[in-house]
Design a protein around this ligand. Structure first.
Ligand code: ADP
Length: 337
């Protein structure tokens, strides 16, 4: 099981909490200047030409703001938005039901689009290109295909694994935004905004410490802020910075922002596999985690922090990673890092 504190997905009780903190305009959306600038132009051009904006693919690890951006695209264009997800589209019929119910100009958000059923993909290609689908009725010799015109719409797809999208689907998006992990300065701004909205008074130094340990991820920053708020409530009179340190220790987030699973991955590569290289499935089996969680959540972060590297032969710990895991004395295979 993934540690709930750094679990990539929002828990049900958290959805309401996140909803209250979600920025509703591009101007309020902190960080990601490149993506913001690109989206501004794309939306403005559509507005000037009075057409629906191009289909947009948002790619990046969980918690970086993909759903938030989809909501903002709806708000900025003044269009209604409909939410769906790849796992909810298990048959072409599921997709036909969603598409045929769209009103003109609607934004259709499909989260985890890489998990949509293959059988629905072809229908989506036609819908994205020509705003129409062919519905099959009947079976065998009596089967017939009935064309159905759709209202023009903008598809906003989100994926944590853009590499898993078939090329024909990827190519049909007019624009792909790659979301990056946030710098501590930007996370501090996210936290300051959330603290204001939640009515939490907290020192700058404490926010900076939280930002530094939030794995570059706004969802985790907000989650940690909530824990620190509780800690400070219970330990009235403590300094905010002490609160941050104590709460993070309680929830097993270390100095570098690594949680239990990050450390388990790093530790396994460094000690059990003597620095690597080790393949993904072997690593997953060694620590009892799903390969998908490791690949889409843990690895991007550890790579970005310079603690592990990916080589053609597998994952390796870098010298900094070996040090972090207390394994610098072991003979690491560090070629190619
Ligand atoms: P994703 O869809 O990529 O998993 P979300 O859009 O659900 O991520 O973001 C998770 C939470 O983080 C949101 O509730 C939002 O409050 C916050 N958040 C994400 N990106 C930003 C940002 N750029 N500025 C402010 N808050 C953000």
């Amino acid at each position: 099981m993934t540690d709930p504190l750094t679990n990539p997905a929002a828990t049900p009780d958290e959805l309401a909490f996140e909803g209250a903190l979600r920025p509703t305009s591009l101007a309020e959306f902190v960080g990601q200047p490149k993506v913001r600038g690109q989206l501004e132009v794309l939306l403005q051009a559509a507005r000037l030409q009075e057409r629906t904006p191009d289909h947009i693919l948002l790619a990046g690890p969980p918690g970086l703001g993909k759903t938030t951006l989809a909501t903002i695209i709806g708000a900025e264009t003044g269009r209604p938005i409909r939410y769906s997800s790849g796992p909810a589209i298990q048959h072409a019929g599921d997709l036909a039901a969603v598409l045929s119910a769209l009103v003109p100009g609607e934004v259709l958000f499909v989260d985890e689009i890489h998990r949509m059923a293959r059988s629905a993909e072809e229908m989506l290609y036609l819908a994205m290109e020509d705003f129409r689908i062919d519905i099959m009725v009947g079976k065998g010799a009596g089967a017939a295909s009935i064309p159905l015109e759709l209202a023009p719409f903008t598809l906003v797809g989100a994926t944590t694994r853009s590499g898993m999208l078939p090329a024909p689907l990827r190519d049909r998006f007019g624009f792909t935004a790659h979301l990056e992990f946030y710098e501590p300065d930007d996370l501090e701004r996210v936290l300051a905004r959330s603290a204001r909205l939640l009515d939490v008074e907290i020192e700058r130094a404490a926010l900076a410490e939280l930002a530094r340990r939030s794995r570059g991820t706004p969802r985790i920053a907000n989650r940690l802020l909530r824990r620190v708020r509780d800690w400070l409530l219970v330990h009235a009179g403590s300094s905010d910075l002490d609160g941050v340190r104590a709460a993070l220790e309680l929830y097993d987030v270390d100095e570098a922002g690594l949680d239990r699973i990050d450390r388990a991955v790093l530790h396994a590569i460094a000690h059990r596999f003597r620095g690597g290289p080790v393949g993904l499935s072997t690593l997953a089996a060694a620590i009892g985690e799903e390969a998908d969680t490791i690949e889409s959540v843990v690895e991007p972060f550890l790579v970005r922090e310079g603690l592990i590297g990916r080589t053609p032969r597998g994952r390796v710990a870098t010298p900094a990673g070996m040090r972090h895991a207390g394994a610098q004395h072991l003979d690491a295979t560090l070629d190619g890092v």
